[in-house]
Design a protein around this ligand. Structure first.
Ligand SMILES: [Zn+2]
Length: 172
């Protein structure tokens, strides 16, 4: 089932609504720019609730698969993303300070807000900045293994120097 884009989060929270469904690629324009291609719709289970402090909160989990570019071999690599959502509905930026640290503020100044924007934000946050194939399935592996471990001599020098540095400082 397709998720609704425009929702009234406060009303849904008051009613304790649970939404389960997906957003198609056309609702994820910023994600589409950030990756090579989007492989699956964004699936989500979203719970709207009023918490003990009477705050309107949104909890959920999201999954989506995309294709990115492996930064080791520059071939496409499939990335399966799964992330949790924990947000609190606020009226304006002035209220952001009142949102508990484990929640993200969701600024909804008017009655209605675009749910797809909130979920797309979460996916963009969960997307790694660089992506790699798993070791063993990347053609860049052979290139990588040519780099031997760097020598330990430098570390030894620093350790040997340390007592003298400390002495110098004590004399001052
Ligand atoms: Zn690779």
């Amino acid at each position: 089932m397709a998720l609704p884009t425009l929702v009234d989060p406060r009303k849904l929270a008051n009613q304790g609504i649970v939404l389960e469904g997906h957003f198609d690629v056309k609702h994820l324009p910023r994600l589409a720019l950030a990756v090579e291609s989007i492989e699956t719709p964004l699936s989500a289970l979203i719970r709207f609730e009023v918490d003990e402090a009477r705050a309107k909160v949104v909890n959920g989990n999201l999954t989506i698969s995309v294709t990115a570019i492996c930064q080791r071999c520059l071939d496409p690599v499939r990335v399966d993303l799964a992330t949790d959502l924990a947000a609190q509905v606020v009226w304006s930026e002035d209220q952001i300070a009142s949102v508990s640290g484990d929640r993200e503020p969701w600024i909804v100044g008017d009655k209605m807000a675009d749910l797809s924007v909130l979920l797309e934000d979460e996916v963009l946050l969960a997307l790694p900045l660089v992506n790699y194939h798993e070791q063993g399935s990347c053609t860049g592996d052979t290139f990588l293994s040519k780099d031997g471990p760097s020598g330990d001599e430098k570390d030894d020098e620093i350790v040997a120097d340390n007592p003298f540095n400390i002495l110098k400082q004590l004399k001052k």
